[in-house]
Design a protein around this ligand. Structure first.
Ligand SMILES: *Cc1c(COP(=O)(O)O)cnc(C)c1O
Length: 391
């Protein structure tokens, strides 16, 4: 009857699945100080290099002087301040939608949107590789929950034909651990022809993707009739923290009234909204960041092909190197670290059993020489991986 935490922890260790937190002792950036050592890092989601941008930091400081540091209360009580409101309006303009609603984190935005829209008697259909927060949201909603094979629009269509009640198709925009894009044109077509709605969580698409950083919907030229519920997070390419849902006035009002993770939490610090307003401006205006990042992605992929590394089918800053076995993924990460390069291993249950990987991520803050250093280190380390445990 008592909690046997020790054996749970031991099991995890034996399976090479034990997690440790690298201790970061510097701001985000290509060069970081981790566990007392300077390393060249390729694993943050700061895709545009805005997390430590002087103008964003200054906006935060000015915001704190003007508005203080605490949100003070939930949005519905007395926590909804002018910077929050301005950021929502700016995000609505950015996404080309009537309104946007600010959440404290992407996890909460996903829980809030799905649970506000669906309940028992409804149906939620999710890509098998969706982010954990979307899967948790589907389960929490109490709706009939089904996962379709990755990006399989035909399988989605079969499930849509059997769906009951209000039906929501939910997908990552850019898949967070693989870097590939949702086949949104096909998914939206199947949903739309049957009156289902589509919700896209584009945590990794806003910023890098689309001509003006508008993410996967801009990339594919899709509108609100295709994707009714559009989620973005602010802790990745925006370089700050928080998240938003963009959509119709009716959708946003529904979330304000019914989304529990929106209602029952303190608003984010208003100074943070000031910082995000600044980073949104940089994201929209400094196209060189997107272009430089795209050039780095090409450089990395070309170089990886030359040294015989098999990369996944990704055109985004997420460029995972599939290893398979968890112990070997840890080993590769360790070998790179010995050469001064930090890429953390991603293991189950974050990814499927047998698909452990090094999730390399590129940022506009990197330069070409740094990408070359990564490639050289990979060329040296890859052959050293022992085959043990691979059978
Ligand atoms: C990071 C991430 C989230 C969570 O966002 P936070 O703001 O970090 O809570 C949600 N969805 C996806 C796809 C993500 O990658």
């Amino acid at each position: 009857m008592s909690f046997d935490l020790a054996s749970r922890l031991a099991e995890r260790r034996v399976a090479d699945l034990y997690r440790q937190r690298p201790l970061l002792d510097s701001p985000q950036g290509p060069l970081v100080r981790v566990d007392g050592r300077e390393l060249l890092a390729f694993c943050s989601n700061d895709y545009l290099g805005l997390a430590n941008h002087p103008l964003v930091i200054e906006a935060w400081r000015a915001g704190a002087r003007r508005w203080g540091v605490g949100g003070g209360a939930s949005h519905l009580v007395i926590g909804h301040s002018t910077p929050h409101h301005e950021l929502e309006e700016a995000l609505a303009d950015f996404t080309g939608r009537p309104r946007a609603l600010l959440f404290s984190t992407g996890y909460m935005a996903n829980l809030g949107a799905v649970t506000a829209l669906l309940g028992p008697g409804d149906t939620v259909l999710e890509d098998r590789l969706n982010h954990a927060s979307l899967l948790d949201a589907g389960l929490l909603s109490g709706a009939r929950f089904s996962r379709y094979p990755h990006n399989d629009a035909a399988s989605l269509a079969t499930r849509l034909d059997k769906a009951r009640g209000d039906t929501l198709v939910v997908s990552d925009g850019v898949f967070s651990m693989d870097g590939d894009l949702a086949d949104l044109p096909a998914l939206c077509r199947e949903a739309r022809s049957r009156g289902a709605w589509v919700m896209v969580d584009d945590a990794h698409g806003f910023g890098p993707l689309g001509a003006s950083g508008g993410g996967i919907v801009e990339h594919f030229g899709l509108g609100q009739d295709d994707v009714q519920v559009l989620v973005g997070t602010l802790g990745k390419a925006f370089g700050t923290a928080g998240a938003f849902v963009a959509g119709s006035d009716e959708l946003i009002e529904t979330l304000v009234q019914f989304a529990r993770p929106y209602i029952y939490t303190t608003s984010q610090p208003p100074a943070l909204a000031c910082a995000t307003l600044q980073s949104l401006q940089l994201l929209r205006s400094e196209h060189w960041r997107r272009e430089h990042l795209a050039a780095l992605i090409r450089r990395f992929r070309d170089g990886a092909a030359r040294i015989g590394l098999s990369l996944m089918d990704s055109t985004t800053p997420i460029q995972p190197i599939l290893v398979g076995d968890s112990a070997r993924a840890l080993q590769l990460s360790q070998l790179l670290r010995e050469r001064g390069i930090l890429v953390t291993a991603i293991r189950p249950p974050t990814v499927a059993m047998g698909s452990a990987r090094l999730r390399v991520t590129l940022s506009a803050a990197h330069d070409g020489a740094q990408v070359d250093r990564l490639l050289e280190a990979l060329a040296a380390c890859w052959p050293l991986l022992v085959e043990a445990g691979d059978a």
